[in-house]
Design a protein around this ligand. Structure first.
Ligand SMILES: C[S@@+](CC[C@H](N)C(=O)[O-])C[C@H]1O[C@@H](n2cnc3c(N)ncnc32)[C@H](O)[C@@H]1O
Length: 155
């Protein structure tokens, strides 16, 4: 799954397919709390382009939404592009049973928190030491000490 706004949306599905994924759809995420836009239409949507390697496993008893409406509350926001957990907890459901959720751009760790809450294992990668620290704290809060493995230069 790849999040993008309207600017990257036309090329995201091409990039996904060029990398060997089978494009399965684009899910609109409506953000009611987005800023008004003077002189034009409000930019209140992001797009979640999703695909699978090979073919979709349609034997699972899994029915997920085709769109989302949610805003990340400002008071709880620790990353400028932080994703609402209510959305992420739905998105991680597509991970195959016994699979591992990977977020190579982890930011504040919302994908990881959602994955752990929903019972998946998680691997996160984050460039910024500041956000890696925030993500680590959020993930630790979801786990017991025995569950947690930290890898990397500072580990
Ligand atoms: C859109 S934000 C992710 C926000 C996250 N979903 C959340 O809810 O907090 C993308 C993150 O990717 C990180 N990033 C950018 N380039 C990266 C790279 N090459 N490797 C790992 N992380 C990277 C940025 O530092 C940023 O925190």
């Amino acid at each position: 799954m790849v999040f993008s706004d309207w600017r990257q949306e036309p090329t995201t599905s091409d990039a996904l397919q060029m990398d060997g994924w089978t494009w399965q759809g684009t899910i609109p995420w409506i953000k009611p709390a987005s800023r008004p836009r003077k002189g034009g239409f409000k930019q209140s949507a992001e797009f979640i382009t999703w695909g699978v390697k090979g073919t979709l496993n349609n034997s699972r008893d899994l029915y997920l939404p085709g769109h989302f409406t949610a805003s990340q509350p400002r008071k709880d926001r620790v990353h400028i592009t932080q994703k609402p957990l209510e959305i992420m907890q739905q998105l991680v459901q597509i991970c195959p049973e016994n699979g591992v959720v990977l977020d190579p751009f982890t930011g504040s760790g919302s994908t990881g928190v959602a994955a752990l809450r929903e019972g998946w294992r998680f691997v996160g990668i984050e460039l910024s030491p500041h956000y890696a620290e925030i993500a680590e704290q959020r993930l630790r809060a979801e786990l017991t000490q025995d569950d947690f493995v930290l890898a990397g230069p500072e580990a």
